[in-house]
Design a protein around this ligand. Sequence first.
Ligand SMILES: Nc1ncnc2c1ncn2[C@@H]1O[C@H](COP(=O)(O)OP(=O)(O)OP(=O)(O)O)[C@@H](O)[C@H]1O
Length: 238
Amino acid sequence: MTDLMNLRSVSAAYGKGQVLWDVAFDLKAGDAITVLGRNGVGKTTLIRTIMGQLAASGGHIYWHGDEITEMRPHQRSRIGIGFVPQGRHIFPHLTVRENLEVGLSALARKGFEGPRAVPEMVFDLFPKLTQIAGRKAGVLSGGEQQQLAIGRALAGQPQLLLLDEPTEGIQPNIVQQIEDALRRVRTELNVAILIVEQNLDFAWSFADRYLVMQRGRIVKEGRTAQDSADTVAHLVHV
Ligand SMILES: Nc1ncnc2c1ncn2[C@@H]1O[C@H](COP(=O)(O)OP(=O)(O)OP(=O)(O)O)[C@@H](O)[C@H]1O
């Protein structure tokens, strides 16, 4: 079986300032991987490069074995890459349901015969969204907005979900609900999940594999079941 995604020697830059160097890793269906590192090491840049919001300045990105390095972000979302950006970026003046419907645009794949309504699975994973479906997203708590942002990405039925610091500023009981939901996304839907995180406990508990970045490079990687979180804490915490 071909991998879901492969990164080969990927680099990225903002103008002349190179931020990513030689990043390489593979993802399979249903994988859960976390990208760790201090502020400013390039984690968000990596996720934006995978999503195509920032063009790779070198290297190659493959999806099911096909090169997508030059593909535009909306096309990447149509082939099955979902993105929950840092800060969530929900539409405050739209209702919860309308925000979720925005996520359906990713289903406009050529020949895709999928549903044209938000899949029930999204409400099943986040029951709170059913209760607040008619409310304007701008008035929701941070935890509700995060559930909405994840639900919106899932409405597009991705095969890979990219999440940038999903636990940032969220109270612990909601973090637990998000973790439980993401676990189900993986096991029940076989969606691969890549999470950029500062919360080492959450990252270790959720992910099977970890990558640690320093100054735009992957400096350490491994399996969370084999290594203790203490072995990377000094590379992650300031
Ligand atoms: N739009 C931009 N233009 C220029 N430089 C940028 C831009 N965005 C990020 N950078 C720089 O790129 C480097 C990596 O930033 P990035 O946001 O990817 O790091 P990060 O590891 O995600 O950090 P954080 O945890 O703070 O989000 C930093 O030096 C940052 O200042």
